[in-house]
Design a protein around this ligand. Structure first.
Ligand code: SAM
Length: 306
């Protein structure tokens, strides 16, 4: 029991200290700390301990993280690290870490670096020989996947698809040809269009819209893509934060997957020479480029004949 408790703590600089007194001193390094996606009760004891003990907290937005820390009675130096400030701030953070600082990286909500700032900082910390440790916890895409009732043995997280409709349809067609559960993020205002396009391009599949997870207005809708598209077609767009999950083509709906490949091929061939179109779809789907090239020629011949 005691051993497990000790292991569950952030690594301590002072080995041998049983550390009853908080905050414990942290070993130097970058700590990637997950924070709640809505319900503050989801901040783990170890996350709290790490935030309390870090020399500074690196965050996307000082107001949001300041409010979270305040809620837990912490007052820490904050360093703002977002898309705007990252190029300027990152070398300073790496220099501090190299000098032995213990820095906690958080995002506005959920797990840093997952569709949030952090990837380059983590990468450069590794490259500089700085220890990088995780303090895992909530993450909206994984939370949604865990309750979706869709296959989880293989899934693909694609974040936000492009906002422009044409580019989004292109990506949907390419992603839809891969036989895995797709996990997407979307704004309420674009959800109806995303579902309508997915229903048209990907054919019959089970899908889930997970909205405002862990919050008061949490809502999980599960059904066929066509049914969900119909639910959101009318009325005001849904509010709040949303994860959309698209199940893989069902075994007896293999035809739909083949139709998605045809759609992706024809779409790519409208922009690119046939060889490059086949290679692009091959890269996205794991199919062989030569096979797709022949298929494209056949499709075009059928269209000419038809
Ligand atoms: N790094 C974060 C994580 O691990 O949860 C994800 C960051 S991403 C920029 C934020 C998006 O995640 C939101 O726009 C929304 O699509 C989704 N999201 C965040 N919180 C959510 C919640 N409570 N319920 C449903 N979706 C959520």
């Amino acid at each position: 029991m005691g051993g497990a408790a000790l292991r569950s703590r952030a690594p301590a600089a002072e080995e041998g200290s049983t550390g009853a007194a908080a905050p414990r001193k942290l070993a130097p390094g970058l700590y990637v700390v997950a924070t709640p996606i809505g319900n503050l009760g989801d901040l783990s004891p170890r996350a709290l301990e790490t935030l309390a003990a870090a020399d500074a907290v690196v965050c996307e937005d000082s107001r949001i993280t300041g409010a979270l820390l305040h809620r837990f009675g912490l007052d820490k130096p904050l360093v703002v690290y977002n898309d705007h400030s990252a190029p300027r701030v990152r070398p300073q953070l790496i220099a501090r870490l190299a000098q032995g600082a213990a820095l906690a990286l958080v995002s506005d909500a959920g797990t840093p670096a997952i569709s949030d700032p952090g990837y380059r900082l983590v990468k450069e910390a590794h490259e500089a020989g700085i220890p990088v440790r995780c303090v895992p916890g909530p993450s909206a895409p994984i939370a949604a996947l865990s309750i979706a009732g869709l296959p989880t043995d293989r899934f693909l997280f694609a974040g936000f698809l492009p906002p422009r409709r044409e580019a989004r349809r292109r990506e949907l067609a390419a992603l839809g040809a891969i036989p895995v559960t797709l996990v997407l993020l979307e704004r309420g205002s674009r959800l109806p269009e995303l579902l309508a396009d997915a229903a048209e391009l990907l054919g019959p599949r089970t899908a889930v819209v997970a909205r405002e997870l862990t919050k008061i207005h949490e809502e999980v809708r599960r059904g066929t893509l066509a049914d969900l598209a119909a639910v959101y077609r009318t009325g005001p767009p849904p509010r709040g934060e949303i994860v959309v999950l698209l199940g893989p083509p069902e075994r007896d709906a293999q035809e739909a997957s083949e139709a998605a490949i045809d759609a992706a091929l024809l779409e790519a061939a409208a922009r690119l020479p046939p060889g490059r179109a086949a290679r692009e779809v091959a890269a996205a789907t794991g199919r062989k480029a030569e096979e797709l090239y022949r298929r494209l020629q056949r499709l075009r011949a059928e269209r000419t004949e038809g």
